[in-house]
Design a binder for this molecule. Structure first.
Ligand code: ZN
Length: 215
């Protein structure tokens, strides 16, 4: 049986965070924890507490609901995120955005680099910036490296919507929000996106709101 991790302020804080059970509170933009970046995960929690923390991230992501959640979004400065997207979208949206189902994954110490010059621009939102969406142009394909929750090496190319999700979550671990990369003039309330900009691509929104899309 593995020894429990030594009691550290981080271990104590995560035990306290998990104690109530159920979804964790999500930190909103304006909290410095979303801007400080994170430290590499080097076993600080031990396997049992890591498993409980990852499960809490999963439960919180589902409850929100969202397709990804990074540790800083629950106030924890560790390089850990979870992703999962059942992709319940119409066929035309699936084709235009490459929004294919992404099974549940744990990303530990992830980093990414673009694969090729192609970029894709779509409306994107964030659980830490509730109520709004904006268009973000991102590399269409990325190579993601890191580890999984068992410490096994991860080295994989992501395309389509899953590429967007892994970039968004990895950016959180570097203290970046999607707004840092967004077209400022595309900022739209959820209601406006629902009523006006639910087309598969943001071309009409770009014309009407006056922002550029990558060619
Ligand atoms: Zn986010």
């Amino acid at each position: 049986m593995a020894a429990p991790p030594p009691r550290t302020p981080l271990v104590d804080r995560i035990e306290e965070l998990l104690a109530p059970g159920g979804p964790l509170p999500i930190v909103a933009a304006g909290d410095p924890v979303l801007r400080r970046g994170t430290g590499r995960y080097e076993g600080q929690l031990g396997p049992a507490l890591l498993a409980r923390f990852v499960e809490a991230l999963r439960v919180t992501m589902h409850a929100a609901p969202g397709v990804g959640l990074a540790a800083p979004q629950v106030g924890v400065e560790l390089r850990i995120a979870v992703i999962e997207d059942p992709a319940p979208v119409p066929e035309e949206v699936r084709v235009a955005r490459g929004r294919v189902p992404q099974p549940f994954r744990v990303l530990v110490n992830p980093s990414y680099e673009p694969v090729g010059p192609a970029r894709a621009a779509f409306f994107e939102g964030c659980l830490s910036v509730p109520g709004y969406q904006a268009v973000v142009a991102r590399p269409a394909e990325v190579r993601l490296t890191g580890e999984d929750e068992q410490g096994r090496a991860l080295d994989e190319v992501f395309a389509g919507w899953p590429a967007r999700i892994v970039q968004h979550e990895t950016d959180h671990l570097d203290g970046l929000l999607y707004l840092d990369r967004a077209e400022p003039r595309s900022l739209a309330a959820n209601q406006a996106v629902l009523e006006r900009w639910s087309q598969p691509t943001p071309e009409e929104a770009a014309r009407a709101l006056g922002f550029e899309l990558p060619h």
